[in-house]
Ligand binder design. Structure first.
Ligand code: NDP
Length: 280
């Protein structure tokens, strides 16, 4: 049986550490506040926003909620962001994605003050990560690094393969592994002989968005496998990009879905919010 990398337990630990940090800040008269903006009523987004607000309440971060109508114009949204950028008492600004089709997501992300960009999506945050300067790091990949470290998985010198090159997961993931001195390969939909590439990995991170695509024959014996994907199968059960049953006998450690990477994303958002005070 492989080691189960328990995101539920590790994320709870991180949230408790953040709670303590927020308490210490309060003692110094500093409070932390996150503004959460949702445009429209996409049910999945509403669940994510609800979970973020719940996490804020748990760690002692104040959350301000802005629920805007689906037909909100881009200019109206940008104007709200500008207003929040100016507000001293607001430390973090989060715009729940995806946005309705008539709004340019890139323009919205760019409008957020980089010092309040707790999602780590702003080009300035990404650039800082790229050149090793302080800044916010995208929550899901940052959470994966914490999962590895707190499960005693050594990254330095290891062959790390990231499958997927999205701006929010794959690319920042690769940069973080590089920062931890891994030898990093990024694979994507145009990669030839994907199995040969993934089989080189000591640490295999999968963020392809395809249910159960990675089976045991993609994995080297003894590899550590991190599954970023979240899907609902035909029985409404959650599954990942990795075929857990098929890969488990081959690998040495694996994240389950649910209870692996998912809970880490919110924990790292809380971490970024508490940290925003120092960056500001
Ligand atoms: P994207 O759809 O933005 O990116 C998917 C990536 O996978 C692309 O780079 C694509 O390549 C690559 N890809 C697609 N098909 C293949 C293939 N057959 N072989 C190799 N590479 C392939 O997804 P995200 O990065 O946003 O998310 C990935 C998954 O992670 C999703 O299931 C998503 O729901 C989940 N997720 C989970 C989070 C969490 O908190 N646990 C947070 C964010 C995402 P190309 O660039 O060439 O098109």
């Amino acid at each position: 049986m492989p080691q189960l990398i328990d995101g539920k337990a590790i994320s709870a630990q991180i949230k408790d550490e953040v709670k303590e940090k927020v308490r210490q800040l309060k003692e110094q008269g500093i409070s932390v506040c996150l503004a959460v903006i949702q445009v429209g009523e996409d049910p999945a987004s509403s669940v994510y926003v609800g979970n973020k607000k719940k996490a804020c309440a748990y760690v002692g971060i104040e959350s301000l909620s802005y629920e805007l109508a689906e037909e909100t114009t881009q200019e109206e949204l940008l104007s709200l962001i500008r207003e929040l950028n100016e507000k001293k008492e607001v430390n973090g600004i989060l715009v729940q994605l995806p946005l309705p089709g008539h709004i340019d997501e890139d323009a919205v992300i760019r409008a957020i003050d980089a010092k309040k960009d707790v999602d780590g999506f702003h080009p300035q945050s990404v650039g800082a990560l790229c050149i090793g300067q302080p800044g916010f790091v995208s929550c899901t990949p940052a959470g994966i690094i914490e999962l590895l470290k707190r499960s005693n998985v050594e990254i330095a010198g290891k062959e790390c393969v990231v499958v997927g090159r999205s701006n929010i997961v794959g690319k920042p993931m690769a940069l973080l592994l590089l920062r931890e001195n891994g030898t990093v390969t990024v694979a994507h939909s145009r990669t030839k002989n994907l199995k040969e590439v993934t089989k080189r990995a000591d640490i295999l991170i999968v963020a392809v968005g395809k249910p159960k695509m990675i089976t045991g024959d993609y994995v080297k014996e003894g590899a550590v496998v991190i599954d970023v994907g979240i899907h609902r199968n035909e029985n409404n059960k959650l599954c990942g990009d990795v075929d857990y049953e098929d890969v488990s006998p081959v690998c040495s450690a694996i994240t389950p879905v649910p209870g692996g990477v998912g809970p880490m994303t919110i924990a790292m958002l809380m971490y970024n919010c508490a940290n925003s005070v120092c960056l500001q």
